[in-house]
Design a protein around this ligand. Sequence first.
Ligand code: SAH
Length: 346
Amino acid sequence: MKNDIRNISSDALKSWLISHGEKPFRAKQIMHWLWKQPVQDFDEMTNLSKPLRHALKSDFVLSQLHLVTTQNSSDGTVKTGFRLSDNEFIEGVLIPSKERVTACISTQVGCRMGCKFCATAGLGFHRNLSAGEIYLQVWHLNQIAEEHYKTGLSNIVIMGMGEPLDNYSAVTTAVQFLTGDEGLGMSHRRITLSTAGVADKIKQMADDGIKIKLSLSLHAVNDKLRSQIMPINNKHTIQVLAESLQYYHGKTNHRISYEYVLLKNINDQEIHARELAEFTKITPCKINLIEYNPVSGLGFEKSTEESTQRFMKFLEGRNLIVKLRRSRGADVDAACGQLANKFRNK
Ligand code: SAH
């Protein structure tokens, strides 16, 4: 099978050019067509000679991503569906607010984490996205944002379908182009990666100097409960996670964000708030309480408004920085944990 040209480095591209009797500066032109002004076909690389385009075509393929559905929520959220070259399907979401336009992007087709409350888990795992596919998703969402809201993306949250740290190399390569001059040139500080807690990869992010923000989907702070709702906890236990977060903070000095989805009568009682306050002492942090978006058949309900307020007050009383994230886009199944390719076959 031919390699996707977006999987190779600029240096590898230069060597390829030299071995084909071409000047290495052509790599810069090609990189432009791959990342800055992405094309779907080598023939669109108009400043390259025909023989060079032909040679590229015979050795490489171009990752493809076709926008096939857009659904507009009554709150302004836009859910998009993209078809990939092997007919797999992924979803991305645009979330506008007063001062931002945020893109929520996918990193895998399906997911293998198996979180009990999440719709994506029901798809099982199909495959990883390539760096090119992750990047193109953002590029398309940026175009749609320009059309819809007359402004490009201000923020990216890597919180769509899939577990980003289970696809580490493609995700970090995509981030390199999202932030680099060759690509979209966004600031690292405006990109957040959310993980179910792949502890060794959290450490690797720190070691590799990946500067984007880190958010951990915590949802429970004792091993018994967390393992029940998030099977990854059987391997990456609370203790293992705590160590990786301390290591990450020690190396990067970044504050950790926690996501905590409030599930009625499961993790929303005072005892849980107390455990959470205790746990989060390990590093400077911020806590995002998330309203649960019910997924039919999974048997979880969102917390009552009263329990939610009580939970939040308890944490605030411990001087923690807490935000309540209200659900967005739920009427088109675009909210957290609702991305499940429902429109795939439409
Ligand atoms: N795999 C990554 C990113 C994708 S999920 C992770 O686990 O962090 C993004 C966030 O949505 C996670 O915090 C996840 O636990 C949460 N989530 C999943 N299903 C949800 C639902 N139905 N309602 C609200 N949040 C949900």
